[in-house]
Design a protein around this ligand. Structure first.
Ligand SMILES: [Cu+2]
Length: 304
């Protein structure tokens, strides 16, 4: 894998390239050298608890000048680019069970995921936040520090939290929320869960402002014998993007007159992002992944 001069993440089938170099008699080692990269898809859906699909909100971005300061008048730091290796899984599957520790610092920043400046709530200054990659049987320990002006929590979506439901991170249900300036250490094991999921803030609508990240749990059991092989695993996070800070949208949504004069209408996202990057109005950026394969015509016969 490499990164070319355009910042593009290139996933190169190195084993397959070696196979081609040594191929003889036109016989390719198809079964030995496998497929191109496998993509893991996380669809960061706007759940019922957040800001989802709906109608209206035609002009809201005209009426909300981006705030560059917090409520104390201090200017916000800028969103930091998420390193591309945050989306490349490390291949730790098969390692013995262990404790994996993370530090999450939640703060408000000024970002522009699609070129439109907006205040955001993020973990460790970046959007999406750190990928948590573990194996089934591991223990996850995350020290979460809240530098926001409101309470927050982190919810580990889809995990069973058997015997540890107080670490489920649902504000007002399993915990009160981490007060501003305070920390909470979430500490739990994974039980029977394995798969691709995500973590997110679970206090009010904070996650729609950026507090999200991938949570990958490799299964303890090996893949079935006939399962296609792969070279690399990438995380692709798909999310709605609102130019307006979610607390403003929420107040509008809950008001008797609703958004754009229709009570009950939910805001329409302004754009979408892949791994935190999108385009709007001719600006923005994109997350560019190119999968290279030496299979040529063979690749057409392989399901991707
Ligand atoms: Cu969730």
């Amino acid at each position: 894998m490499s990164r070319d001069s355009h910042g593009e993440l290139v996933v190169l089938n190195e084993k397959a390239a070696a196979a081609k170099a040594h191929a003889t008699g036109g016989r390719r080692r198809a079964l030995l050298y496998g497929a191109i990269a496998a993509l893991l898809l996380i669809v960061a859906l706007a759940l019922g608890l957040g800001l989802g699909l709906g109608l209206g909100l035609k002009h809201h971005h005209d009426s909300t000048a981006p705030a560059s300061t917090n409520s104390s008048g201090q200017s916000l730091p800028s969103l930091q680019p998420t390193p591309q290796n945050n989306f490349v899984l490390d291949g730790l599957a098969g390692q013995p069970p262990q404790t994996r520790s993370y530090d999450f610092v939640i703060s408000q920043v000024l970002g522009a995921p699609d070129g439109v400046s907006k205040p955001m709530l993020v973990v460790n200054g970046m959007y999406p936040g750190p990928t948590i990659e573990v194996n089934q049987g591991d223990r996850i320990v995350v020290n979460v520090t809240n530098l926001l002006e409101n309470r927050t929590t982190i919810h580990w979506h889809g995990l069973f939290q058997n015997q540890t439901n107080y670490y489920d991170g649902t504000a007002g249900i399993t915990e009160c929320g981490i007060p501003p300036g305070q920390s909470l250490v979430y500490n739990f094991t994974l039980g029977d869960f394995s798969g691709t999921t995500w973590w997110h803030a679970h206090y009010s609508t904070q996650y729609t402002d950026g507090i999200t990240g991938a949570l990958i749990v490799h299964p303890a059991s090996p893949p079935p014998v006939k399962f296609p092989s792969w070279d690399h695993e990438l995380v692709v996070q798909v999310a709605d993007l609102y130019h307006t800070f979610s607390s403003i949208l929420l107040a509008s949504y809950l008001s008797p007159w609703g958004i754009d004069g229709t009570a009950g209408d939910e805001p329409v996202p302004d754009a979408g992002v892949l791994n935190g990057l999108g385009q709007w109005g001719g600006g923005g950026d994109y997350f560019n992944v190119r999968c290279l394969s030496i299979w040529g015509s063979l690749s057409r016969s392989k399901p991707l």
